[in-house]
Design a protein around this ligand. Structure first.
Ligand SMILES: CC(C)(COP(=O)(O)OP(=O)(O)OC[C@H]1O[C@@H](n2cnc3c(N)ncnc32)[C@H](O)[C@@H]1OP(=O)(O)O)[C@@H](O)C(=O)NCCC(=O)NCCS
Length: 249
């Protein structure tokens, strides 16, 4: 990938995506088609997943997923991982007519180095999907075209983290913290820029293999933007979180 910087064009007429709620691993998820491109987006509140439901979801995971789950020391993060993977299996399975436990997890080639650690994929299918887990909330999207999602919890100290972002985004967050910029608290602005950046980089498939200083996605409240063949929309999530989705154009 190019090391050049890029700048998204905000779209104030866009609308933030309202995800469907996935509250149960029993039965079929809501049908997809939130917008065009076969897009479906689901939000899961981990506190609302009952233990007996999680037992069902856990039984779908393969050996590699079980091993990965066991590496999480914090029970809350392990649970979020298990719920995210069960949810992804459920919605990918429903979209490809495959039982969740029969979905075969794989990875696309990384666009940076060609190794198989790019976007997740379901082997033998053309469906694209993306998942994100943060304490308390999980976001999963499927589409007919490459897609990336990210959900993030607001940080306690956004100015301490702001330097990981594009310099202009860092400056906006610092100005919001000083009270010299209206249009969103520093934590809200940080989470907007970070979730937009991660959604974009996950959509491309390079993840943080591309320096997040390079792309300006903005900390403003415009609900949509375009960048280099991608359409980005903010996703409506509960207070205290921020989320974004990138869809290949
Ligand atoms: C992708 C990445 C940004 C995710 O960050 P995160 O905020 O910790 O986690 P999220 O919950 O939002 O997303 C995790 C999911 O992203 C997906 N993912 C991982 N790598 C991905 C990639 N390159 N592209 C798209 N999606 C990816 C996986 O499904 C993962 O879920 P899992 O860990 O449960 O299997 C980060 O893990 C990353 O950048 N990894 C690659 C870093 C790198 O240097 N790669 C080498 C390039 S040559």
């Amino acid at each position: 990938m190019s090391r050049e910087t890029s700048e998204a064009v905000p779209d104030r007429s866009a609308i933030a995506i309202v995800p469907a709620t996935l509250a149960s691993f029993l039965g079929e998820p809501h049908p997809r088609e939130v917008t065009g491109a076969g897009l479906g987006v689901w939000l899961i509140d981990t506190a609302r997943v009952a233990d007996h439901e999680l037992e069902i979801g856990r039984s779908w995971l393969d050996e590699a997923e079980r091993q990965q789950a066991s590496k999480y020391v914090r029970a809350e993060l392990r649970r979020a991982y298990e719920i995210a993977h069960a949810a992804a299996r459920l919605v990918v399975g429903a979209s490809t007519d495959t039982p969740p436990e029969k979905v075969v997890w794989g990875r696309h080639a990384c666009p940076g180095c060609g190794e198989p650690h790019g976007r997740p994929r379901a082997e033998g299918t053309a469906i694209e999907f993306s998942l994100s887990h943060t304490p308390g909330q999980i976001l999963v999207a499927v589409a007919d075209v490459p897609v990336g999602v990210d959900v993030e919890i607001h940080p306690d100290d956004p100015t301490a983290l702001a330097g990981v972002l594009h310099p202009q985004e860092t400056a906006e967050i610092e100005a919001a913290a000083r009270g010299t910029l209206d249009g969103g608290r520093a934590a809200v602005r940080f989470t907007r820029a970070w979730s937009r950046t991660e959604a974009y980089l996950k959509g491309i498939g390079i993840g943080l293999g591309r320096d997040p200083h390079l792309d300006y996605l903005g900390t403003d409240d415009a609900p949509g933007r375009t960048l280099d063949g991608w359409v980005l929309n903010d996703v409506v999530v509960p207070e205290g979180y921020g989320a974004a989705l990138a869809l290949h154009n």
